[in-house]
Design a protein around this ligand. Sequence first.
Ligand code: SF4
Length: 230
Amino acid sequence: MASDDDLLPIRALNDLLFCERRCVLHHREKVWVENRYTLEGTAAHRKVHAEPTDEELGGAGRRSRNVWLRSDRLKLVGVADLVEFRNPPSLDDSRPLLNDAEQQPVPYPIEYKRGQRRRWDNDDVQVCAQALCLEEMLGVGVPSGGVFHFKSRRRREIQFDAKLRALTEQAVARLHELLAGDTVPAPIKKPRCRGCSLYELCLPEVIVQRDRYANYLRQLYKTDTEPPST
Ligand code: SF4
């Protein structure tokens, strides 16, 4: 069994696939700043505690909110916003039950996100990691889950196929490697940096164009007593 100190938060996988630098700054260096998007995300998660509306729901079976998850194999810990425990197909279509495993409810984890309905690898990996934890904890297969997008009020289903499971396992290995290290990855400036709450601290333009800014500073503070550059 993994020591509690070795466990990493499942939600860090979302940061990792968004930007490795952001992931290390947030989860190892404890650098964090809120912006409009992070606050909207927090507000969306608060609503998970409230009574769900019909459009949020769907499927059948018991629903549990804020379900603690843990995987000793992957050394992950976290909370699923919502887990539906759906009736197994064999109960719905009146087929004869073959064994106990067939009678177990099938967990279906759902993560809540603030934006429009849209597929992102980082969201899919986060929910897949929740599914891997549920499989280890409950000993049942978790074939699918979903993301509920608050802005568009729509649910998007995710199939946990072999490709997504492999991507998730790779991301978990990379997360442990990065957070156990002592370096902070350099920024890679992308359009998404503009929405990153760490933008003002990260300064991707300055670091990416380090030589240009060093030259600028040298020019700025050059005095008349310095010999002219040749
Ligand atoms: S500003 Fe860009 S490079 Fe810097 S942490 Fe955010 S996403 Fe990463």
